[in-house]
Ligand binder design. Sequence first.
Ligand code: ZN
Ligand code: ZN
Length: 173
Amino acid sequence: MIPPNGFVSNRVLKLNVGFLLSQSLGTSREVEFDVPPLLVADDLKLAFLRGTLRLSRTSEGILVQGVLESSVEGECRRCLSAMSVPITLHIQELFALGPGKSEFFIDDAAVMDLTPLLREEVIINIPLAPLCRPDCAGLCPQCGHNLNLGPCDCLPDDIDPRFAVLTQLKKPE
Ligand SMILES: [Zn+2]
Ligand SMILES: [Zn+2]
């Protein structure tokens, strides 16, 4: 169910791993994610979340490994238009049994919450300066026109000053 704001809640990131904790060490299960727009935190929305995580029972807790693909809203560094920025998250993290031992842990109800991990991974992996396309023409430095939409009426501002002098000389008296 997608709520009216268009995002599913981060409840989908809370996994009950009771079944795995009762298994012998080394047992693993795969959890597949194919989540529509997701509200990870108030300040973090993902357009989708796809991929598979392998959860493995270890002596210390549960090791989470896998690759997730997602996308966040961002801004092109040259033309400042809104764009979706693809991100790939390579997850490898141990969820400890009970709080205190690790930033990431499994609570008393055998629930592990992937939210803080995902939030951290997304923030680390967001490209700092994405481009809407490799040859983005950017904005005119004089009038701010988006040059991807065509040229503006401004004169090029990179005329060599020596040539500027020549233009002066050529001017009719
Ligand atoms: Zn751009
Ligand atoms: Zn211009």
